[in-house]
Design a binder for this molecule. Sequence first.
Ligand SMILES: [Zn+2]
Length: 253
Amino acid sequence: MSELLFFACGETSHEMSRLLRGVRRERRVFPAGAFLYRSGTRSVLFDTGYAPEPWRAGPGGWAYRRMLPPRVGPGDTIAEQLDPASVTHVVLSHLHPDHIGGVRFFPNAAFVLSDGVRRTLERPRLRDGVLRRLLPTWFETATVLPSPVFGAGPHGLRTADLFGDGSYLLVDLPGHAHGHLGALIEDSVLLAGDAAWGRDLLGEERRIRALPRLVGHDMDEQRRTARGLLAAEREGLRLLFSHDRQPTDRNLL
Ligand SMILES: [Zn+2]
């Protein structure tokens, strides 16, 4: 039997009217989600949530926290919600702080990074929002699987079969960040990462205001990705986004 579990690893909140045009004033909470897929001897974690406090991530970390204040309470980090030693693989959708904060807990896992993510890691620009100090020093020599090579996959998506058995397809979802990745699990659930901030905001990209637009990598690509995801959803795929609240007490497959 296989299972897919959701963990909320801290959260942040935003005034929605500052992010999007034409919405009511409303403060919305965004959990930093991580998903664990367990099947046979494999245990594959998709993203790792926020780092525990204090961050000590330098001036960039200070600026990031002012813009997007994280709340990470007792029991919130990924390491407090599962046994880190049981995780065999860690897929990073991209390198934003709310996705890489728990990398430090998985020194023995094999990491999966897209080519774009690797390149960002080598030469980050300011707007890439990479807080290197959130990554452990051993990350430089961590086991990293060969970069996925994408080809035409099911539901019109560009995919790469991670284990060669069709159970876990990496999905190319460009736009939000360079090399941004999703994962299609057992051809039923698609982990869509930050392709949108939430399911209800998918397809609403033209409403995103100028400032949050700046932080995104490529708005045209993000819009194309959104159209592809909406089409895949119409074919019956379930889309799960990193910052939507999902049930934590059940198998999501
Ligand atoms: Zn992000």
